[in-house]
Write a protein of this length. Structure first.
Length: 236
């Protein structure tokens, strides 16, 4: 269970039919006549299609070269994930046989049933590789979190997809706000339950990226005068 925080109420003052109204979403309103369980199942199956090729990031923590398998650990997955060299291309496979431990990899998750999952499409990546964030919009809220429509990738081809994000991951939002553009990363647990994590307003994400870029421009570095020292542009 996820920790909860005090709920802040949001007053939706948008007139009927405007973008601020939940009922204005065609992808949501078109499901209202469908029984609740069928609606949830449809949203879940749509999400599975959208995230089928989502690349998780992790590093190899166990590897047995003679048996040609190992385990990947990722902050995006609960528990270590089994992988086989059979699910790597020939170049990466050869590289792993000479030293796999600690190597960073991208991979997709395969639900093997009975709370068992395996990595597929495993590929070696540079250690500087970052977690893949997706785009979406907040569609509606429950007591313990919100539901996001993924718009990245195939999201716009499967408009009924919904990804749950717990309240603890949506701290900067007012409960009840809908139609907000967001970015987030994906997390999966041992029951293959998917969640949105580190949910942030899309404009804030872009602003942070711009500020980081500007910081690099404002603070150029010149060659060190002595080993281990850096001289700033304002130094004489």
């Amino acid at each position: 269970s996820h920790p909860t925080c005090p709920l802040k109420k949001y007053q939706n003052n948008s007139p009927p039919g405007t973008a601020g109204s939940i009922s204005a979403s065609s992808s949501l309103s078109s499901l209202q006549s469908v029984p609740n369980k069928a609606r949830k199942d449809f949203a879940k199956s749509s999400l599975a299609k959208v995230l089928a090729d989502y690349k998780f990031l992790g590093n190899i923590v166990t590897f047995k070269p003679q048996e040609a398998y190992g385990f990947i650990r990722s902050e995006q997955v609960t528990g270590d994930v089994f992988f086989s060299l059979n699910h790597m291309d020939s170049t990466d496979k050869a590289s792993c046989t000479t030293g796999a431990l600690g190597r960073w990899v991208n991979f997709v998750i395969k639900d093997c049933g009975k709370k068992s999952m395996e990595a597929r499409q495993v590929s070696l990546v540079p250690s500087s590789t970052t977690v893949s964030y997706l785009s979406g919009r907040v569609m509606n809220w429950a007591k313990i979190g919100c539901f996001i429509q993924v718009t990245s990738g195939l999201g716009l081809q499967h408009l009924h997809n919904r990804l749950f994000a717990p309240l603890v991951e949506t701290g900067e939002f007012v409960v009840g706000e809908v139609g907000i553009g967001v970015t987030f990363k994906v997390h999966v647990d041992r029951s293959f339950r998917l969640e949105g994590r580190e949910v942030t307003r899309a404009e804030n994400k872009n602003k942070d990226a711009i500020e980081k870029g500007n910081a690099k421009v404002r603070k150029p570095r010149r060659r060190a005068v002595t080993e281990g020292s850096i001289v700033g542009e304002d130094d004489d």
